[in-house]
Design a protein around this ligand. Structure first.
Ligand code: SF4
Length: 306
């Protein structure tokens, strides 16, 4: 962390107090951004934290669908994004028409959408899920229901394998997690036989099969904090190393690939957060005809997962 970072962080901390802004950040954010946030979590915890925010203005340090989720769940609050162009290619890969066509073909199907989707997709969804609660939610759906899981094929297949349940899925993926190969993981395991392997379910199924533990970012953090092991190979975005190392300074963390960096998450910087606080921009809103059905799908997820 540079001196300039520290100056910016001090300014942000002072300004967020003066302007009563609650900052929520994702674990994939830069370390210095996690350090100035009031709450850091995975996308599920961020949605709940936004809903429970003690302040009326929320700044979301994460990609666009995360700020949208906060706006969907908190219609009476002001939601700010420090970088509205920070987006998720997987979330943008599916269109509402794709979902409506499936629904028209199978009217009794249940549309389960990962929270990594735009508001328009959530609005045509029956229930949302995150990587931390996807299995729990699918388990609660009727056994004979036809499920259309969108948009992450890896998460869909991994949950399907875990539950032994057939799901239809859309063929998209996170480019960061999907790029991790079985061959590179096998090699890493050979180099570090003492390390436990922890894998995010957005990775390919053949990579997930090599894991000692499969879970969301929050799940991986909890696993390490509660483990007697000393070293871990971690297969998810590099931002997660910061909270783990803070909570477990003596443990050895090996990132599965140096390329596991999400450029969209990292496009948010301290400068942009400071600008956002100074000018109270960019305000994220969702039209009511989309917000109301999208909120229904998100609230259903929170109810089913809690
Ligand atoms: S890590 Fe993957 S899923 Fe998450 S925002 Fe980046 S591209 Fe999207």
């Amino acid at each position: 962390m540079t001196n300039q970072d520290k100056i910016l962080m001090d300014k942000i901390v002072q300004l967020k107090q003066e302007k009563s802004v609650y900052i929520i950040a994702h674990y994939y954010q830069r370390a210095e951004i996690q350090d100035i946030a009031d709450f850091v979590g995975d996308s599920y915890a961020m949605a709940v934290a936004a809903r429970n925010s003690p302040l009326d203005t929320i700044l979301v340090a994460g990609v666009d669908f995360m700020a949208e989720s906060a706006a969907i769940l908190c219609p009476g609050k002001t939601v700010l994004s420090p970088e509205p162009m920070a987006t998720c290619p997987m979330a943008n890969s599916i269109k509402a028409d794709d979902v409506l066509k499936f629904k028209a073909k199978y009217p009794n199907s249940i549309i389960v959408s990962y929270v990594n989707t735009p508001a328009e997709i959530k609005a045509v969804t029956d229930i949302c899920c995150t990587s931390s609660n996807a299995a729990k939610i699918l388990e609660k759906l009727p056994e004979n229901a036809r499920i259309y899981f969108i948009p992450d094929q890896n998460l869909a297949i991994n949950v399907s394998n875990k539950l032994g349940r057939i799901v239809n899925f859309y063929d998209s993926y996170c480019p960061i997690h999907n790029a991790l190969t079985k061959a590179s993981m096998v090699k890493l395991k050979e180099q570090h036989p003492e390390a436990e392997v922890l894998v995010h379910p957005e990775c390919k199924p053949e990579v997930v099969k090599l894991a000692d533990y499969v879970g969301s970012t929050a799940g991986i953090i909890n696993y390490i904090s509660n483990s007697d092991h000393d070293s871990f190979i971690i297969a998810t975005e590099c931002g997660i190393l910061h909270p783990i190392q803070q909570a477990n300074p003596d443990k050895k963390l090996i990132l599965a690939s140096e390329e596991m960096i999400c450029p969209n998450m990292k496009s948010i910087t301290l400068d942009k957060i400071l600008y956002s606080l100074e000018n109270l921009t960019t305000i994220i809103t969702v039209p009511e005809d989309i917000r109301i059905p999208a909120a229904r799908a998100l609230k259903k997820m929170i109810d089913y997962a809690s």
